[in-house]
Design a protein around this ligand. Structure first.
Ligand SMILES: *Cc1c(COP(=O)(O)O)cnc(C)c1O
Length: 398
């Protein structure tokens, strides 16, 4: 029996969500919504996406038992291996789905914004695969910090457009992408990278990411018979977390989402939207947000670029207020410890984002006494983070 039903017709998740965009974009959002509702249950469309996932993404991703971590915590820990996907993270699940939508809508030009560059790379990848023009907006400050991802996007044939307004980071790149969309809405598809933005994006991205939870459910039942006691995932915008949670939402399974508390909740350097933010409007939707009293969006900080985001998807805000999902946090330092823990104990170098999810187990930040089995979503692999870790540990690689 399904009891959970979000969003409503206007794209609200309880008091969150909606579409706060310039008037000119409303028809484009409505068109996207109607095309999506049509294709969602279209077996040809879903068949095409399934085949791409098998042959390009490399799905299904394994569910791996982690014996040495389990031994440390006296608890069975399973890892959902999104790190093994093509391009090294869960983001490809979403970009592949949306590029198929763009094609069905007859759009020839793809735009996106990116902070760390990972969504930009995942978008440039699928645009290359389908021969579509791709423009990625990126703040100048982020371009400077993420040169390798900028070069990757260029290798993939995308154009990276520097944004030099405001703080020259993600929030400014987001404004610029929306401006481009307003000006070019006829032939342009705006490809959003997480369960954020105006309705219907949070719903569409969730639906493309829920394959993570669907596979997990089947794989866990085949391995252990039944359901895990708990799921743990990191949360930036919230797509990998919703992706693994959603298929379990009506089940007796506890869910924990872990945000980045950076240098600590008592400092100004964190990305702890749920712990320290409040409701506000950002990126076309109402949700929890880090902002000051004048409504200015605060600059977040996390050692992991993918969690360094001032907002969070509206469905997460709803799941927090309804109590269905518990929101915890892990600091930079705790994430680095968990990064080393997994690397040394299981021979898997995780993304620093994913390490935040592991950290709450390693630090025993939640009561685990009644659990036998927990699944951690390993949202990505850590090759991209090796330099950051070296810097953090004071090791000179040059
Ligand atoms: C982008 C990213 C995240 C954060 O994004 P969500 O939308 O919250 O999932 C987490 N892990 C990895 C590996 C990422 O690349």
């Amino acid at each position: 029996m399904t009891t959970y039903s979000q969003p409503d017709d206007a794209g609200h998740y309880g008091e969150f969500g909606g579409k706060y965009v310039p008037e000119t974009l409303i028809p484009a959002l409505e068109e996207l919504e109607s095309v999506y509702y049509h294709l969602k249950d279209d077996s040809e469309f879903q068949g095409e996406l399934d085949e791409l996932h098998r042959e390009y993404t490399g799905r299904p991703s394994p569910l791996t038992y982690a014996p040495r971590l389990s031994d440390d915590l006296k608890l069975n820990i399973f890892l959902k291996r999104e790190d093994l996907n093509h391009t090294g993270a869960h983001k490809i699940n979403n970009t592949l789905g949306q590029i198929l939508l763009a094609r069905k809508m007859g759009k020839t030009r793809i735009i996106a914004e990116t902070g760390a560059g990972q969504h930009g790379v995942a978008t440039a990848t699928v645009a290359a695969k389908f021969g579509l023009q791709c423009i990625v907006y990126m703040g100048e400050e982020d371009i400077r910090r993420q040169q390798l991802n900028v070069f990757r996007m260029e290798l993939l044939g995308a154009e990276v457009r520097p944004v030099n307004s405001g703080s020259k980071t993600l929030k400014d790149a987001t404004n610029e992408a929306i401006r481009d969309w307003v000006a070019n809405v006829e032939d342009t598809y705006y490809l959003i990278g997480s369960v954020v933005g105006p309705h219907p994006y949070p719903m569409i991205v969730r639906d493309f990411q829920k394959i993570i939870g669907e596979e997990t459910k089947e794989q866990f039942a085949a391995m252990s018979g039944g359901l895990p006691d708990a799921l743990v995932a990191c949360v930036g915008g919230g797509s990998n977390a919703i992706g693994i949670f959603y298929p379990f939402i009506d089940d007796d399974v506890q869910m924990y989402a872990v945000e980045a508390s950076g240098l600590g909740l008592d400092t100004e350097k964190h990305a702890a939207t749920m712990s320290l933010g409040s409701q506000g409007i950002f990126h076309g939707a109402s949700s929890y947000l880090l902002h000051n009293d004048n409504g200015q969006v605060q600059l977040p900080h996390s050692i992991s670029a993918g969690l360094d985001y001032p907002g969070i998807g509206p469905e997460h805000s709803y799941l927090k207020t309804s109590g269905r999902v518990k929101y915890l946090d892990a600091t930079d330092n705790e994430a680095v410890q968990a990064f080393r823990w997994l690397s040394e104990k299981e021979g898997i170098i995780p993304a620093l984002e994913s390490a935040h999810a592991l950290a709450v187990l390693q630090q025993r930040k939640t009561s685990m006494e009644k659990w036998d089995n927990v699944v951690v979503n390993l949202s990505g692999r850590g090759d991209k983070d090796v330099n950051t870790i070296a810097d953090y540990l004071g090791k000179d690689l040059s």
